[in-house]
Design a binder for this molecule. Structure first.
Ligand SMILES: Cc1ncc(COP(=O)(O)O)c(C=O)c1O
Length: 423
């Protein structure tokens, strides 16, 4: 990998007097692009589904071959496949391997953790989340509020896009037992400060958990050091583990003496799992929160995708990601004044994607797709663009912004018919 390089990018609008070229430090040579199967066109949707690393395909084929040739004997190796991924996953999150496990989905893992760790008692009874959380997180929290006859309170958003720390503090009353926060908000791309907010929640006497779906694989984390009680995430976005890849959970080691409330035989200690007795003996650490037989072929894709991160400096990955989002914001500011940048400009408050608001965002996203530029739309008016540090380039961002400008000028986007689920 080479060091930072200075590169000039023109931010001017085509057909107009060009703005002065802007010089900025960026790591233009920094890329793992060759490790991925690149579909044609420009792919800017890695915050929804990351592209396929060649190593993921190879790992699935290898595991399929084992099934083909070994049948059930393959389990000798597959038995500990999920646990074997914990060192690589824990590195992405700044945790100990025993504090993480690949299993379930974000939704299922929230249920598994909340069932165990959320114990309302006395006045400290209620749950707190943000009004901008991904819906499944809210649904899971609502389930546990209903089961315990407590409330899910929501931290309001002042601008409909971001969460203000002051509003979190005001909502953190003495009756809050547990707070769930997103590391990065899925619509606006606002990043919340895990270390700082975890400490604030703990000072207020509540437990804190994080949904790291939009940050794992895009930036370093300090989950253990932050003192967070638990976390959940998926591997299908920036970790590139494939559609429907199994998720992950983190439980801080200070909670490892707890007995999982929702038990299954796959959470049993491995040494005694096949004794098949009526007594559940929990595996040590986060592994005890597994429930049923893991999906080996899906784990294989993740196993392969994690090879991309081997030896990767996560601070460099973040630097590259910020450089790309800086570039995109700067291009949008100059060339797309009709689109409002919703993502915080302050780097420390920004995740890996950039959200642009426009009343016709759905049609713009569909028109981009018809020109092989894959972004996505989030209702009611957000166009999300994720320049992924591992495989996207400045040239792709320049071309995307050029096409958007052309669409806005010509009005051609009005003819684009939205197709598919996520345009
Ligand atoms: C922040 C966040 N949480 C949860 C989910 C989905 O959860 P699950 O993996 O259970 O489908 C998503 C999906 O995009 C997400 O962005």
């Amino acid at each position: 990998m080479t060091g930072p390089e200075l590169r000039k990018i023109s931010l001017g609008r085509p057909g107009q007097a060009k703005a002065a070229p802007v010089e900025r430090a960026e790591m233009s040579q920094w890329s793992r692009r060759e490790l991925f199967a690149l579909p044609g066109g420009i792919y800017l949707d890695g915050n929804s589904l990351g592209l396929m690393p060649h190593s993921a395909r190879e790992a699935v084929l290898r595991r399929l071959g084992e099934w083909q040739t070994q049948g059930v004997s393959g389990w000798d190796d597959w038995f500990s496949l999920a646990e074997s991924l914990s060192p690589a996953i824990s590195r992405l999150l700044g945790a100990f391997p025993r504090e993480v496990i690949v299993t379930g989905s974000i939704t299922a893992n929230l249920h598994a953790l909340l069932s165990t760790i959320y114990r309302p008692s006395g006045v400290r009874r209620h749950l707190l989340a943000t009004a901008l959380d991904f819906p499944t997180d809210l649904y899971a929290l609502q389930s546990w509020a209903a089961l315990h006859d407590t409330e899910l309170r929501l931290i309001p958003s002042r601008d409909g896009q971001t969460i203000h720390e002051g509003d979190l503090l005001s909502a953190l009353g003495p009756d809050i037992a547990l707070v769930l926060l997103p590391t990065v908000l899925y619509r606006s791309g606002q990043r919340l400060d895990m270390a700082r907010l975890s400490a604030l929640v703990h000072e207020a006497g509540a437990l804190v958990g994080w949904d790291a779906a939009h940050s794992i694989g895009a930036m370093p984390h300090e989950l253990h050091e932050s003192g967070a009680d638990f976390a959940v995430w998926c591997h299908y976005k920036y970790v590139n583990g494939g559609p429907g890849a199994p998720g992950g959970l983190f439980l801080h080691e200070r909670h490892h003496a707890l007995m999982p409330a929702l038990r299954g035989w796959w959470g049993n200690d491995k040494a005694s799992q096949f004794e098949m007795t009526a007594r559940f003996r929990p595996a040590s650490g986060a592994a005890a929160y597994q429930q049923g037989t893991p999906p080996i072929l899906s784990l294989a894709a993740l196993e392969g995708s994690l090879e991309v991160f081997e030896g990767l400096d996560l601070a460099e990955l973040r630097t590259r990601s910020l450089s790309l989002t800086d570039t995109l914001i700067a291009l949008a500011d100059v060339q797309l004044p009709e689109l409002r940048v919703l993502t915080p400009r302050d780097q420390a408050r920004r995740g890996g994607h950039v959200s642009l608001a426009h009343p016709e965002a759905r049609a713009l996203s569909a028109a981009l797709r018809s020109r092989q530029i894959i972004a996505d739309f989030r209702a009611p008016d957000v166009l999300r663009l994720a320049p992924v540090a591992l495989y996207n380039t400045e040239a792709e961002l320049e071309e995307t912004v050029r096409v958007l400008r052309e669409l806005l000028d010509s009005g051609d986007y009005k003819e684009a018919a939205p197709g598919g689920l996520v345009t």
